[in-house]
Design a protein. Structure first.
Length: 78
């Protein structure tokens, strides 16, 4: 089963990539107030049921796919 892991900087953390993208888009005439750059990771886990799969994907995220000091993550089943 597949899970999507979305990782974004915490709101209080300076997102230099997001600011660079925002500046570039604004210089091309796009009107936006915020832009954040993160990671999108697709995990295909071998699990016997959805609850076990979600538990495995969560463990993977928390053991090394995001930095809890500066990032938040969301997990969704695909």
């Amino acid at each position: 089963m597949k899970f999507a892991l979305k990782v974004l900087p915490k709101p209080e953390v300076l997102d230099t990539q997001g600011r660079a993208v925002q500046s570039t888009l604004q210089s091309h005439g796009f009107d936006l107030s915020e832009c954040h750059v993160g990671k999108y990771i697709v995990l295909e886990v071998n699990a016997s049921n959805p609850a076990e799969g979600e538990k495995m994907a969560t463990a993977m995220a928390e053991k090394g796919l995001y930095n809890p000091l500066i990032e938040n993550y969301q997990l969704e089943k695909l």
